[in-house]
Ligand binder design. Structure first.
Ligand SMILES: [Zn+2]
Length: 238
């Protein structure tokens, strides 16, 4: 086996590293996460719109509820005055009773308004609940996808570490000079074409034929001396 075989090994390992990087970057979960986040943002906007549109109605409901509370307090106070024995005359008692009746009438009116407001708010509230439900489900899916992505990335990372370890061993076997030559060529030519096997009289990287004179020269080189394809510059394995 040619001493230059380590170049092929390095190229294969680098190809695997590049494939791992590519796989890690193009995992479908990346896209899914982007889509889920966009959907959640869209639902969030929809929810905010409905909430802001119904705020006037909700404020009206709160105002009337506060008013009812005030009316109930007044009734309680007047009732306790009426039956507390503080009355000095029946006339005063009648006036107080009339006041209580009038407050009760107002209370009935306001309570009807509250019911009406609640009926107006209800379809919006249902829509809000539906959107919140969708967001909850989306959030759970997002967590699942996140976990799946993390697990796959951990797997890829372990594989990357194993390949890097293997590469370090090959580097040690290849020696500093050969590795430096390979790295230079790879930086210049890219991952898959830095090294080519000589197949007959053709370069395995560019598939072009090499002239008989060049082939002859290359074949005469010592087995450990690297040579380059005169056509593409790939390091030739012979
Ligand atoms: Zn070539």
């Amino acid at each position: 086996m040619s001493e230059l075989e380590v170049l092929v090994e390095l190229q294969e390992l680098d190809t695997r590293l590049a494939q791992l990087s590519h796989r890690s970057e193009t995992l479908p979960e990346h896209r899914q996460i982007v889509e889920l986040r966009a959907e959640d943002a869209r639902l969030g906007e929809q929810l905010a719109k409905i909430t802001s549109e119904t705020e006037v109605l909700r404020q009206a409901q709160r105002d009337r509820e506060a008013e009812v509370q005030g009316l109930e307090d007044k009734i309680a106070k007047s009732t306790s005055a009426l039956y507390g024995g503080e009355m000095t005359s029946p006339k005063e008692a009648t006036a107080l009773q009339n006041e209580i009746d009038s407050i009760l009438r107002r209370q009935a009116v306001v309570e009807d308004q509250i019911i009406e407001l609640m009926e107006q708010i209800e379809p919006f509230a249902l829509e809000e609940a539906e959107i919140e439900g969708k967001r909850t489900v989306g959030g759970e899916t997002l967590r699942d996808v996140d976990q799946l992505l993390a697990a796959t990335q951990t797997e890829i990372e372990a594989e990357r570490r194993a390949v890097n370890k293997e590469r370090a061993e090959v580097e040690e076997r290849g020696g500093v000079d050969l590795v430096a030559l390979y790295d230079r060529n790879r930086n210049r030519m890219g991952d898959h074409t830095a090294v080519g096997r000589l197949v007959g009289t053709s370069c395995g990287a560019c598939f072009l034929g090499i002239s008989a004179v060049e082939i002859d020269r290359i074949r005469r080189l010592p087995s450990n001396e690297p040579s380059e394809c005169p056509e593409c510059g790939a390091l030739l394995i012979r």
